[in-house]
Design a protein around this ligand. Structure first.
Ligand code: NAD
Length: 237
């Protein structure tokens, strides 16, 4: 099992869903976990601060506090995101487009920027992309484009930071059972995705979190710039 004793791990969006599962697996692996979210995470032992990842000033202040407190930074997981689905092209406003890019793409960029500034060799970043960043999706243009952006940002950052010994990877989940997905009453996406997914079911948050943990760990020491599908096979065909 991965051992993160003595390591400091930042997880954005850790108050809910996949992010909460990520906080949990790192905590179980012995890491000191710091969560940055619009909401305070109801503490299962990790530190939690209110921080809007789309605002670079807030992100910088958050990482300054983490670094002042811990004196090191080992892993950044850029997980915070919004998922505007069920929005047609006609319904897509400049506000929705800008907000989606600011939270999902710029938010990840500010996390990467802090990692670049504060990590030493051996550090690692994991971003949350999505299968819709590769496959097209109707009624989700802003979201899908933002996740394609996250995947590409991952590759660019991997190249730029490789010389410092910092690895940058992403996971591309399929549809995962989280409040964002289950919160929509009778969400038509659920039976649709179950029908299309080769493994025949939605994923669970822990199934994504375990892969994030692996990518951040020494076991993945030769992996950088990878976008790893965690999608029950939906992207395979
Ligand atoms: P969720 O809505 O359950 O949790 C997202 C968390 O991010 C929330 O706690 C929210 O408060 C926080 N957040 C939102 N905007 C923020 C901001 N500006 N600053 C700080 N925190 C902010 O979502 P989830 O389903 O757990 O998704 C987590 C990540 O995984 C997202 O990036 C999402 O796009 C991605 N993803 C999810 C799925 C899925 O099916 N659930 C699939 C593919 C990718």
């Amino acid at each position: 099992a991965a051992n993160f004793e003595g390591k400091v791990v930042v997880v954005t969006g850790g108050a809910s869903g996949i992010g909460a599962a990520i906080c949990e697996v790192f905590q179980e692996a012995g890491a000191k976990v710091w969560c940055a979210d619009l909401e305070l995470a109801d503490g299962k032992g990790w530190e939690s601060r209110v921080c809007d990842v789309s605002d670079e000033t807030q992100v910088t202040a958050f990482f300054e506090e983490v670094f002042a407190e811990e004196g090191r930074l080992d892993v950044v997981v850029n997980n915070a995101g919004i998922q505007p689905l069920g929005v047609s092209i006609a319904e897509t406003t400049p506000e929705l487009m800008n907000k989606t890019l600011e939270v999902n793409v710029s938010g990840a960029l500010w996390g990467v920027k802090q990692a670049a500034a504060r990590m030493t060799a051996g550090g690692s970043v994991v971003n949350l992309a999505s299968f819709v960043g590769t496959l097209g999706v109707p009624d989700g243009m802003a979201y899908a484009v933002s996740k394609a952006g996250v995947a590409h940002l991952t590759k660019c950052a991997a190249l730029e930071l490789a010389g410092k010994g910092i690895r940058v990877n992403a996971v591309a989940p399929g549809t995962i059972r989280t409040p964002a997905v289950e919160g929509i009453p009778d969400n038509p996406e659920i039976p649709f995705v179950e029908g299309r997914t080769p493994l025949g079911r939605l994923g669970e948050p822990e199934e994504v979190a375990r892969v994030v943990l692996f990518l951040a760990s020494e076991a993945a020491s030769y992996i950088t710039g990878a976008i790893v599908p965690v999608d029950g096979g939906i992207s395979a065909g």
